[in-house]
Ligand binder design. Sequence first.
Ligand code: NAD
Ligand code: TYD
Length: 336
Amino acid sequence: MSKILVTGGAGFIGSNFVRMLLNGSDHEVVNLDALTYAGNLENLTDVASNPRYTFVKGDIADSAQMDEAFAAHRPDLVVHFAAESHVDRSVLDATAFVRTNVQGTQVLLDKSRIYKTKRFVHVSTDEVYGSLGPWGFFTEDTPMQANSPYSASKAASDLLVRAAVHTHGMDCVITRCSNNYGPYQFPEKLIPLMIANALEGKHLPVYGDGKNVRDWIYVTDHCEGIRAAMERGQAGEVYNFGGNAERENIYVIKEILRLLGKGDNLIHYVKDRPGHDRRYAMDSSKARATLGWEPRHTFEQGLRQTLDWYVQNRSWWERVRSGAYQDYYKQQYASR
Ligand code: NAD
Ligand code: TYD
C-alpha cells in the first residue's frame, strides 16, 4: 500500500483516476486541488467517505501551501493532473496556464525532491507534438511543436520534468494522451458540450469546416494507462496513449445527434479557433509492448456509455452550468 498524492483530482480525468484507485487498490489517496472552475467535488461524492481518501484544497503554484501539504502527508508517489486544460480559454488569456502548468509543475517537482517522493508521474498531452497532416502518427520521439498557449505550457512542464530527471536524478514518468471523453467531463469540451446542448435543444457550434480530427479515448482507458506507467513504467521514459479512434469532429457531432434522436438542424458552423490544430493521432505501441496496456473501449461503446451517463446524470451537468456545483465545497468542507 502506498500513499498517492493526486493533484487535480477534482477535475475530469483526475476524479476518474481517484475513483479507480479507491475502488481497485488498497492505496491511500490524497486529492490536492485548488477547485478552480474546472474542479468539482461532486465528481467524487460516491467515494468521499472512503477512509483511504483525503481532500486537501491547495494551489500547486503556491510553494508555502505545497510545503505544508507535503510535510503533512509525505506521499510515496505523486500523480500530477492539475492544470489549466481548455485550449479556448488559453487563446483568450494564457496567464493562468503559465502559472499553474509551468510554475505549478516546478513547485511540485521541488517538493517531491525535498520530501523524497519515490516516483513523480506527470500527466501530459498529445498536443505538445503539434499538428499532423492527413498521414502519420505521433510517437514518443516526435519533436514537441506545441501550437496553442495551452499546449506550449504543457510542453514547458514536460521539459521541466525531463530536467528534474537529468539534473537531480529524480524518478519521473511522463504520459501523453489523446483526447479523453466520458463521465464527469466539464461541458465546455467538445463531446459533453454537444450532448448537453443537444439535450437542451441548443445550437451545436462546429469550428471551421468540422473536419479537424481527434483520436478519442475513453477516460478509464487513459486512467489504466497512467496506473500502468506509475506501476511499471521506466524512470525517465515517456509513454503515449491513444484510443485508436480517429474521427472528424463533424462525424462525432452527427453521431451524438443520431444517438439522441435529434436532427442535424441543431448544427451551426461558427468561426474557426485561431491556430486550430488539424489532426492528432497517437502511436501507442510502446505502451502496449512495454506496459501491457491497451484501451478496452471502442469509440462506439465509449460514446454510447458517455451519452447514457449524461442522460442519467442531468443534474450533475445542470449544476455545473448554473454554477451551483461551486457551493458543494463550502457546504461539505469549509465549515469543518
Ligand atoms: P480538468 O480541467 O477537468 O481538471 C483540472 C483540475 O486541476 C481541476 O480540478 C482544477 O481545479 C485543478 N487545478 C487547476 N489549477 C490548479 C492549481 N493551480 N492548483 C491545484 N489544482 C488546480 O482537466 P482534465 O481534462 O481532467 O485534465 C487533467 C490532466 O490531463 C491535465 O494535466 C491535462 O493537460 C491532461 N490531459 C487531458 C486530456 C483531455 O482530453 N482532457 C488529454 C490528455 C492529457
Ligand atoms: P476540445 O474538446 O476543446 O479539445 P482540444 O481542443 O483539446 O482537442 O475540442 C475538440 C475538437 O472539437 C477541436 O478540434 C475543436 C472542436 N470544437 C468545436 O468544433 N466546437 C466546440 O464548441 C468545441 C468546444 C470544440
